[in-house]
Ligand binder design. Structure first.
Ligand code: ADP
Ligand code: NA
Length: 290
């Protein structure tokens, strides 16, 4: 059993600056760091760190070999990451001394994945596998259709939120991940609250308040309180949560236990500065003081 994740891969380029640059200003950064990012890559790393076999489907540019290498080192299966002529997706992140930031996001190769490539990658997948995607690549609907036709469980994380993108895949979904704001935006767009969506399992994350799981088959709603920690950097918490839930399900855990592990993993994540490079592994989660 495996998770096939059609997802983005980004270079996160962090520039520390004395203040955010004004129009026309040239400003020297006081430090620079390059990290692995992209919501897709984050979720693949989380799933792999949570001991699932995770096959990443995506694209980088000629400049992206290091990102593929790093995904591989984290245990992600990288044979279905294609190298394209478009540059690797990247995020240019300026952070000032007060912690304010500016971000320029360039989707690059992430929005340029060939359909034939997705088809080939999913040739290896079967009904026992999970398909996952988010809204940072092209071909979300097409890939979900292929996965659904194979009888795979189809999961979607509705981020970055786009009402049309979610509605395009909604009829194909078995699992939907939303944060509180996304859940509200989807309700505004469709008129449907989470419990009325045509998706069996809807999980709404609530930041420091934890998460709610709606099983629309039984009408049951379960609330999961967050693990109490002191937040340092909340980026990547949602992606870690999603990767962990799906890895747990792929490893045969019932939903409540999968969410329980994801809750701990995401809490550890908010105590760490950084994204893909600091996602906790299953050992960190199991060793976490109860
Ligand atoms: P997103 O990052 O997608 O907006 P959330 O902010 O809802 O998602 O966070 C996802 C999950 O991360 C939450 O369900 C929770 O388990 C965990 N989390 C987020 N913030 C905190 C926090 N301050 N303390 C503990 N856990 C947190
Ligand atoms: Na973090």
């Amino acid at each position: 059993m495996a998770i096939f994740n059609l997802g983005s891969i980004n270079a996160d380029l962090f520039y520390r600056v004395p203040h955010l640059p004004a129009p026309g200003e040239t400003l020297a950064a006081t430090s620079f760091a390059r990290g692995l990012g992209g919501k897709g890559a984050n979720m693949s790393v989380a799933a792999a760190r949570a001991a699932a076999r995770c096959v990443h489907i995506g694209a980088v540019g000629q400049d992206g070999a290091w990102a593929v290498q790093r995904l591989m080192e984290y245990g992600v299966y990288t044979q279905h990451i294609v190298t394209s002529d478009t540059d690797t997706g990247n995020a240019l992140i300026a952070i000032d001394d007060a912690g304010e930031n500016n971000i320029i996001l360039y989707p690059g190769a992430n929005r340029d994945i060939p359909l034939e490539h997705v088809r080939t990658a999913l040739d290896d997948a079967g009904a026992a596998d999970i398909f996952l995607t988010q809204n940072e690549t092209n071909l979300q609907r097409e890939a979900a259709e292929i996965a659904s036709a194979k009888g795979m469980r189809v999961a979607y994380a509705a981020a970055p939120f786009d009402a049309q993108a979610v509605q395009d895949v909604l009829p194909l979904l078995d699992l939907l991940f939303l944060n509180e704001v996304e859940a509200r935006q989807l309700q505004e767009a469709t008129g449907l609250p989470p419990e009325a969506l045509p998706v069996r399992d809807v999980i709404v994350t609530l930041g420091a308040e934890g998460a709610r799981w709606h099983n629309t088959d039984t009408g049951e709603v379960r609330a999961f309180p967050a693990v109490k920690v002191t937040p340092v950097d909340t980026t990547g918490a949602g992606d870690t949560f999603t990767g962990y839930v799906l890895a747990g399900l792929d490893r045969g855990l019932p939903m409540s236990q999968a969410i329980g592990q994801a809750m701990i993993a995401a809490a550890i994540m908010v105590t760490r500065q950084g994204t893909a490079d600091v996602i906790p592994d299953l050992r960190d989660v199991q060793d976490f003081p109860a």
